[in-house]
Design a protein around this ligand. Structure first.
Ligand code: CP
Length: 316
């Protein structure tokens, strides 16, 4: 594996999930693999889980880690080519990425969308330029459109808790007070469309995700109908893709509650976190026996470790 930007970078998804679960049982088995190797984790946005789980995964593989909060500690980056830099940006991504590539063997990057210009965000210009100029493998810590380390952790969590070979998994939109990216939902959808699950997405009209990530999913605008017999309910807010970055609904009826859980097959409830209690998910679910959110967050370590292991192995 050279880069890890989307599910398309994985040739055998079941094999990667199996490897992650083996690492969970034996975290230090490959402690020598990352010896004398350095991973740089570059954050342009906040993070708790991604930051700590990836550091822990790298440590388990014997790697050194450099973390940089680029938005607060770095120079303001210019990404456009051919511009005269006589405004606020101080350093061009061409030099910044190339220099970081001199110090690191692998670089992880988090860069959220601005949610202003759909074409700009969905072109993944920042990530593509980072890959082009860094000269070392890049792992996504969440891009404008995708969050693959989260989705792999989600699949690991389903794999280790499922009680039937082909569970029904429902991704449901939930209300939120802010406009959030589509990245987690896009990514979860493209991974589920490749997994051995019955996959349904439910959301209010006007919240359809980009087709490129939902090919193979059943879309159901009636949440109650979608939840029928679900084995897993994945709760997530996203802003509108069609009316790009806008919030059309804050309808509290879309919040998952124990009442809605009665429609399901006693479904396990998932969320990538951070979650807004009482808006996206009811306390009774988060504090109840059906919640998998902590196990899911814990699996972020094994997701990252399996991916970093494959990247290190590819480097030789
Ligand atoms: N789920 C997730 O990526 O969490 P953080 O934003 O805290 O890293």
């Amino acid at each position: 594996m050279k880069n890890f930007i989307s599910v398309k970078d994985v040739t055998d998804i079941p094999g990667l999930v199996k490897e992650a679960l083996e690492l969970k049982k034996n975290p230090y088995a490959f402690k020598k693999l990352g010896e004398n190797k350095t991973i740089g984790l570059i954050f342009l946005n906040p993070s708790l889980r991604t930051r700590i789980s990836t550091q822990k995964a790298a440590k388990n593989l014997g790697m050194d880690t450099i973390v940089m909060n680029m938005d607060k500690e770095g120079w303001a980056l210019e990404t456009q080519d051919g511009v005269i830099m006589n405004h606020n940006t101080v350093e061009h991504i061409r030099e910044a990425a190339a220099v970081m590539g001199q110090y690191c063997d692998i670089i992880g990057v988090r860069s959220f969308p601005r949610l202003v210009d759909k074409n700009e965000d969905y072109s993944e210009d920042f990530f593509n330029k980072f890959i082009k100029y860094a000269g070392v493998p890049i792992v996504s810590l969440e891009s404008a459109t995708l969050h693959p380390l989260q989705s792999l952790a989600d699949l690991i969590t389903i794999e280790e808790t499922k009680t039937k070979p082909r569970p029904k998994v429902v991704l449901t939109w939930a209300p939120h007070i802010k406009a959030l990216p589509q990245a987690v939902a896009n990514s979860f959808s493209e991974w589920m469309c490749k997994a051995d699950v019955e996959f349904v997405i439910t959301h209010p009209e006007g919240y359809d995700l980009a087709n490129e990530f939902t090919n193979g999913a059943r879309i159901e605008y009636n949440q109650d109908k979608a939840l029928e017999d679900a084995d897993y309910v994945y709760v997530k807010n996203w802003s509108s893709y069609e009316d790009y970055g806008k919030v059309h609904s804050m309808d509290s009826h879309w919040m998952m509650t124990n009442e809605k859980l009665k429609l399901t097959n006693n479904a396990k409830v998932m969320h990538c976190l951070p979650v807004r209690r009482g808006i996206e998910l009811a306390d009774e679910i988060l504090d109840g026996p059906n919640s998998l959110v902590i196990q899911e967050a814990s699996n972020r370590v094994w997701s990252a470790q399996a991916v970093l292991k494959r990247m290190l192995e590819a480097q030789g």
